[in-house]
Design a protein around this ligand. Sequence first.
Ligand code: SME
Length: 189
Amino acid sequence: MENKETVYSQLLPQVQSLLADEKDTLANAANVVALLHNAFHFWWTGFYRVVDNELLLGPFQGPLACTRIGWGKGVCGTAWASGQTVIVPDVEHFAGHIACSSESRSEIVVPCRVDGKVVAVLDIDSELLGTFDETDARWLEQIVALFDSSAPQCPPVEEELHCPDCGAVFEPHDVFCPVCGNKIDKTQL
Ligand code: SME
């Protein structure tokens, strides 16, 4: 397979154009799942939505999955509760991991915010160990951020971007500053 940076960099404009052309979130979520799942051939790719104070299964591709997950439960509930992306290189070493499928060996869960509130999580499972790293986190956070039309989107690439904390130059897709490591607040640019 191509380098994952290359695959994500090709997917991002496709997601941007999908979301620009259609305002229905459910339809868009279904198509984003399909794009990611087919580009990477993951084991399971899907959204869980926050509904009545629990996570409820949303659009997904892959085998049958658990329908409801509580706040703070499993990898998904942990990402929801912490508001942070959770990367699990080996699900057997994540206390409280919810095994919807015994085939899943590693996982990443990315919270999706609208107006600063977590409204869903994107959950991706792999049948291989250690599939996900900071590269996936960075790109997937950028993909789910596109659902939040209230959030400032990445400025055009030709502009030179400087970290508001240390002044270092960073790339438009960076979520964390490559020099000081702080999370970049794009509202401060
Ligand atoms: N493993 C997840 C549950 C969802 S399935 O992987 C699709 C968790 O621990 O939250």
